[in-house]
Design a protein around this ligand. Sequence first.
Ligand SMILES: [Zn+2]
Length: 541
Amino acid sequence: MIMDRDTIMDEAAGRNRVVAGSLAPTPSVPVPVPVPVTVPVWRAGAALTPSRPHLFTSSLPHRAGGGIQYDGTRRLCMKITVLGAGRCVTGSKYLLQWKHHAALVDCGLFQGPAENRRRNWKPLPYPEHRLGAVVLTHAHIDHSGYLPRLVRQGFRGPIHCTPPTAALLRVLLPDAAHLQEEEARYANKKGYSKHRPALPLFRLADAKAALRALEPVPFGEWVDLNPGVKFRYHRQGHILGAAAVEVVTKVSGGQHRSVYFSGDVGRYGVPILREPESYPGSDVLFVETTYGDRLHDRRDPYSVLADAVNAGIRRGGVILIPAFAVDRTQEILYILHELMESGEVPEIPIFLDSPMGIETTALYSRFVEEHDAEMREYFSEGKNPIFPPNLTVTRSTAESKKLNHVDGPAIIISASGMATGGRILHHLKLRLPDPRNTVLFVGYQAQGTKGRRLVEGEPEIKIHGGWIPVRAHVDSLGAFSAHADQEELLVWLKRRKREPSTVCLIHGELPAQETFADLLKKELGWETLIPEIGDEIDLSR
Ligand SMILES: [Zn+2]
C-alpha cells in the first residue's frame, strides 16, 4: 500500500487573519435576542472563572477510578473530561462518565510536533476495558486514529459512527497502522528512538480489530448508550460522513440535560456534500475553533482554480496538484469537471494517481444520500462529476510510472497534499526542474513540510535523498478548506434554536480561541470556557 500521510492530517490553520468583531453582519441569518448565560452551571474541578474562561484548574483523575465519586452535597448526572483537542487541534477525545459508566466521544490521535505525539503514549485516565462505547464524529485521524491503540489496550465495546465514516475508516485506519509500523522500523534503522527497540503505537492487527467493532448508526437515529443516556448524529458537512453528536442524559424528576459536540464544522455552499445541519441548541456546547480568528480566501474557488490551471496550460507542461485523499481530491475533481463543462478550462486529461484517493472518491460517489442537490442532479442524468470521462485513475505502481511519459497539457492529482510522502514525491522529483510545469497546492501547508518549503519559494528541495532544483511554477490557492472559518462558525452558531447555558471552545490554538471568545461575547452575549487537556466539566444540579 502506498503511504499517504495526508489522510492522517486535518487542516490546522488558515491564512488570512482578521480582527475579531470586524465581520459584517450576515443578513440572511435570523439572530435571536441574546440571552445572558448563567455561568457556571457546571464546575470544572476546583474552580472556574467565568469572566476569563481559560482559567480551569482541575487535573486528570487517577487511573484507578472508574466511576464518579459523589460528594453528597450535589447530584452529579455526568462528568466530561477533556482528553484531547484542548487548546490544540489534534487528539480529540472527551471522556463522559455517569453513574458507573463511561464512554468516549471521539478517539483521535495527537499529531504534529513530537511533544504532541508523545501524548499518544500516555495512559488514559480511565481503564480501557471498562469504557462502554466510543462515539465518533468523523473519520479524520485526529478524531479516530487512537482507536487501534484503545483496542490494543483492552477496549472491547462498540465504536459508533455514521455509515460513511465506517467506510472511510476501513481505508484510513489500516493505512495509519502501516505508518506506525513504518515509523518504528525507520526509528530502529536510524537508531533515533529512546526505546530499543522502537515500537509502533499500534499494528495492523489492532486496526483490523477496531474495524470489527464499528457499529454504523444512521444520521438522526437515537442510540441508547445506557439506560438514561442516548445520542444521535447530525450532519456536519466537513468530509463524507462527518457529524455532530447530541448527547442527552436524564436527571431526576423527568428532566434532561443535553450536550452537543460540534465535531469539525463544515462550510456552506461547497460542492458534493449536504450542508451542515443547524445547531439545535443544547444545555452545553463543545464547539471547534480551528479557524476562530481567521477567514478563508473569499475569492471564488472556481475562478481561482480556472486562472491557475489556464496559466499552467499556457506554460505548456504538466500541472501537478498535491491533494488530501479525503475530500480535497473530490472537491478539485468536481470543480475541474464544472470548469471544463462550461468551457472556462479546456478539456485536458486528468490523472488521479493516489490509491487512497481513488478509494475515497469511490466512497464519495457511493453514498448518494450524502450528496447535495447539484450532485444528485448530476447522478439523475447518469453523470458522475468526480469521475468525469477525461479522468484516468492509476492504481498500480506500473501505471503510476507510465505517467512519467505524459506530456502537457495534463493534470496529475496525487497525494500527499503537503508533499510529506506518497506518489506526489515521484512526480515532483521528475517535474520540478522544468519551468514549463506547474505545481498547485490547494490546502494548508504545515510548517516543516516540503509543501511549505515549495510554497515559500525555496530554490531546491530534497526528495528521496537527492537535491532537486525548483524551476517549475509553484502556486498556493487559499480558497479551499473543509473547515468553517470564523464567520462561518458564527453563522452556524447564530442559527441556533435555543441558547446554550455553557459553551466550551475546543479544537483550536489558544489565540484563535481567545479571539473567538471575544467575538461570541460581543455578537451573542455568550461567556465561554476554553478547557485545557485534563479539565473536567460536571453536569451537576
Ligand atoms: Zn476533520
